[in-house]
Structure formats: structure tokens, C-alpha cells
Design a protein around this ligand. Structure first.
Ligand SMILES: [Zn+2]
Length: 387
């Protein structure tokens, strides 16, 4: 009944891929509707493809067959983005297209500068970091007749873990209230409902134990959702973040939208707490830094644990064309490799990508005046600042 694109298995396959003779296109395309028009991302895509085509045509290590396959994949990609793709709330699309017919699109909730990488394996570092630092939300949709558990993360419903059919008999109306038959029937309903809850509770416990979900959202009619909330074990209670209800059964789309709304509320609260902790605890004890200059400096030293930045953060700077060293100050050459420093109007994407490649946790903050006033970007460090 639900149209879940069961992506977890596919993602695992991509992450565990071992290199073969087959080439892989890993495309990052920034499509964030708040920054970029369709025309802009399509023309960016075209120019990247033109550039990559000429590179592979010149590369003698690539076989004629692979060359032909990659060029075909490029036209497939172009057609897809021209005719079918809609950005909605996605910031960056990560698309893996392989000669072995792999075609996998992952919508990333984070801005990453557009690029194409062609290698004998998928480019997975960014995805790995995001998956490690993204909360896996379990959603239990429950009513009297049935229940289902879904996994939601990176903004999508990824997997349906389990479905249960309840044996709770339908509620029967009796002429007289309080009759013996009714109370007997009610007793049976209670017992069946308890059995139903017990099975679901155990399944949830095992999903938590196996690390398949980190938190729980309840979905369904209010009475049954709250009955289950009271029933569930304390271990689950502590991971429960809220419930979403609807008078009519959820469609796949409305379940996702309602869950996202709740997740946004909870995450906004958590994120604002982190800003408070950064400013109130980490910085005074020298376990944190604030402002672009210092944050980038410690990022370049590989010492950032959590990068915290405002969604509107933007700053011009310089990036070494050889080693990727980033600074906001003009310098004659790279202090590490003497490479040429290239000027960028905005180095945010480079900063974020460097952090992802280092495995930092990333926290994007919206509308937090304290962070804005403090310089829009800061970090919790892996080591205390040494003098
Ligand atoms: Zn350099």
C-alpha cells in the first residue's frame, strides 16, 4: 500500500562497492531552489559534462567501450534533469550512474558544490559522513487493525521494516451499555490489544538494539497512538520524540510531510541548544571557536569535531588549487604546497565539503540571532586549544 523506495539495500551496495573495470559517474548537482534557478543548474550540468567529455576523450586509459557508455550515461543524465527532475526541498542531488547500469539518486539536505567525478567506483565519502551524522527516525504508524514501522532519514522514507496485522476484533455496538456480554467483549479486546502492542514493542526494541533506528515518532489516530505511548517500554519512551495524527489514514506523502514537520521542530530546538552550548560552554573553556577566520583555521588543522553554521553564511576567500587549503586572507601562495590560491566569491561549499571529507558532524542553523551576531559559523573542537 505504501510506495516506499527501499533504498537502504541500494545504498549499502554503493557504500560496499569494490572497484571493477566499470566506470562510475558520481554527480553532485546543487539544485537548492532558494539559491539556484533550473536554468542555472541545467547550464552548470551541461558545462560540467562538456568538460568531462573532453577529458575522457583525451584519456588513453579509458577503453572505447567505456567511453561510449559514459557518453550515453551523460545524455541519460541530461534528459533526466531536463524532463523529469524536480528539486522540491532538495539542496543537492547526488547521482550515481555506472556502466554496470547502477542508477541511484540520493537527495541531500545540504549544499555541496556541483561536480562530476568519474572513477572505477562511486564517490561515497560525503554520503558516508552524512549517514553517520544523520538521525535515523523510526515511524510507527498504528491503528486498531494494523501497524507498520518505517525508517526515515535524510528527509526520505527509506525502508519499511515491519508490518503487523492486529487480531483485535472490531468494536461492536450493543443495545444496552454495561451488559455482561459487552464487558466480556471489552475484556477480550483489551487482551488482544495488549498482545498486539507487545509484539510491536518487541520489534521496536530490537530495531533500537540493532541501531536501525535512533528515535521514534508515533503516527495514527490520537487515541491508539497515545495508548501505545503509555504501553511502550521505558527504553523506547526515552527515544520517543512525538506523535503525528490525522483524521483520515496517512498517504505516503502526508506521512512524510507530517513527520518532517515534527522532525524540523525537534531538530530546531536541539540545534539552538547546541548554539547555546557552543557559546556558553565550549568557547569559554577553549573547546570551541567562533567566526570564519578561526573556524577555517582549525578546520585546516583537522581539529573540528562539529561544524556549526548559519544557512545564510557566505564569505569570500581563497582555495589552493593543488591541495585544497582554504583561507579568507589573501596570500601569495599556499603555505603548505606553494600552489596557486584561487579567489572564490563564496567559499562556504568548500568549507562544508572539507568538513564532510574529514568526517565532521555538520549542523546547519536557521534564524538563530546569537549565532548570526557571533559571526555565523563556529566549531566544537576535537582538542582543547593549545597555547
Ligand atoms: Zn596547497
Amino acid at each position: 500500500m505504501f510506495d516506499i523506495n527501499n533504498q537502504s539495500e541500494e545504498i549499502k551496495k554503493i557504500l560496499n562497492y569494490t572497484s571493477t573495470d566499470n566506470l562510475f559517474i558520481s554527480l553532485y548537482l546543487e539544485v537548492d531552489a532558494s539559491k539556484i534557478t533550473k536554468q542555472d543548474y541545467l547550464s552548470k550540468l551541461n558545462s560540467m559534462i562538456v568538460e568531462k567529455k573532453s577529458e575522457i576523450e583525451k584519456n588513453p586509459a579509458i577503453s572505447n567501450l567505456s567511453r561510449k557508455n559514459i557518453i550515453e550515461l551523460f545524455s541519460k543524465i541530461k534528459n533526466y534533469f531536463n524532463d523529469y527532475f524536480r528539486p522540491e526541498f532538495v539542496k543537492t542531488v547526488l547521482l550515481f550512474a555506472g556502466e554496470d547500469n547502477t542508477w541511484m539518486e540520493i537527495k541531500l539536505p545540504i549544499n555541496i558544490r556541483s561536480k562530476i567525478i568519474i572513477d572505477p567506483k562511486p564517490h561515497t565519502q560525503v554520503l558516508r559522513t552524512l549517514m553517520d551524522s544523520t538521525i535515523r527516525y523510526g515511524i510507527l504508524e498504528i491503528d486498531r487493525e494494523k501497524a507498520q514501522i518505517y525508517l526515515m532519514y535524510l528527509g526520505q522514507i527509506r525502508e519499511g521494516f515491519a508490518a503487523f496485522i492486529s487480531e483485535v476484533p472490531p468494536q461492536v455496538k450493543y443495545r444496552r451499555e454495561g451488559s455482561d456480554r459487552e464487558s466480556q467483549q471489552m475484556g477480550r479486546i483489551e487482551v488482544k490489544l495488549n498482545q498486539f502492542f507487545k509484539i510491536i514493542n518487541e520489534k521496536l526494541l530490537s530495531l533500537f538494539r540493532e541501531g536501525k533506528i535512533d528515535t521514534l515518532i508515533l503516527a495514527g489516530t490520537k487515541d491508539i497512538a497515545l495508548q501505545f505511548k503509555n504501553y511502550m517500554s521505558s527504553g523506547i519512551q526515552s527515544k520517543y520524540i512525538g506523535y503525528i495524527t490525522s483524521d483520515t489514514p496517512f498517504s505516503s506523502q502526508s506521512l512524510k510531510e507530517n513527520a518532517l514537520k515534527l522532525i524540523n521542530q525537534v531538530e530546531t530546538e536541539n540545534k539552538n541548544n547546541i548554539v547555546e552550548k557552543l557559546l556558553g560552554e565550549y568557547i569559554p573553556t577553549e573547546w570551541g571557536v567562533i567566526g570564519a577566520e578561526n573556524t577555517i583555521k582549525y578546520l585546516m588543522l583537522d581539529q573540528v569535531k562539529i561544524l556549526i553554521y548559519d544557512s545564510d553564511f557566505e564569505i569570500p576567500g581563497y582555495v589552493c588549487e593543488k591541495c585544497g587549503y582554504i583561507t579568507i586572507n589573501q596570500q601569495a601562495g599556499c603555505p603548505y604546497c606553494d600552489g596557486k590560491m584561487i579567489y572564490y566569491n563564496d567559499i562556504t561549499d568548500e568549507v562544508i565539503e572539507t568538513a564532510l571529507n574529514q568526517g565532521c558532524e555538520l549542523i546547519e542553523i536557521r534564524e538563530n540571532q546569537r549565532l548570526k551576531d557571533a559571526g555565523n559559523i563556529g566549531a566544537v573542537l576535537r582538542f582543547k586549544i593549545s597555547v
